[in-house]
Design a protein around this ligand. Sequence first.
Ligand SMILES: [Zn+2]
Length: 332
Amino acid sequence: METYTRICKESNFHLNIEVSSPFLTTPFWLYSTQVHTQLSNFNKNFNPHSIITSNFNDIINSDFHDFNLIYTDASKNITGTGCAFISGSVKKLYKLPTEASIFTAEITAIKEATIYVESTHIKKALIISDSLSALTSLLSPNPSNEISQQIINIIANSKNTIEFMWVPSHTGIKGNEEVDLLANQAISSTESTVINSLPYKDLSRIINLISNKQWQTQWDHTSDNKLKNIKKTIQKWRSPINTTRKADIVTTRARIGHTHLTHSFLFNHDEHPTCHQCDLPLTIEHLTLSCTKYNHERSILNFPSNIEEALGETNTDAIFNFFNAIKVSNLL
Ligand SMILES: [Zn+2]
């Protein structure tokens, strides 16, 4: 938490963490969340949309004719993230932090709809969303997402009947089409209520981006560092798929430049070793680039002549081969 506060301060970034309540106030055997997903039997790519909408209307008329229908949806594009719900003539728009995931926006719309049902004492409500992942998160007795936890706590303690239904998006279901447009408008509308908190998962992604940026800047400003000659970015390098433990050790030690061959003198309190062929200090850089003893191996393997390429990411597979060819891989 201290690190989070410090990074927020340093990067002028002010978002709160959603309230977490992993232990529900009502035990799970005292309530059950109803998520209706009958429409998932119809693949929208293979069934005419008219069949899907008429099935939807049939389900509503037979099972939910006395329910208030509330449609929710979310939208995310490069300018921001928004969500909305519609209940009859009531339309509510919310603007989330740009960094919010689409899941967060969908589950927020469902939460706001649930809060609305409670505050207006709607006796029977059916909250309709096109996000299957958001709805199924409500079926878990202990979801990891903070907003899903909050919704479950509300419905578990509610005296009203609140149920949920999944519908496929863009299939002509009127309420869903309307709320889809509204969620899009919510990103830029001045009518939108601004939400300034995010679940931990979204925040940790942002914090990772910020701290990686800080780390890279620090590395950019580092001078006189042997490692930097080989690796300019903090990005993780790919590891070869079919590598052996031995090849991995040799490659890594060569890159770091600290090996038994070049550094065991520290343990033995000896002098720094010298290359007998060239009468120069024995270092990995010397062996890799300039030791005349290995000119032949370098030319056969077409080994790069600068340290950044020779020990860099693109040459990963060749590093072990080189030290093997010059017969020092067992000495590293
Ligand atoms: Zn040499």
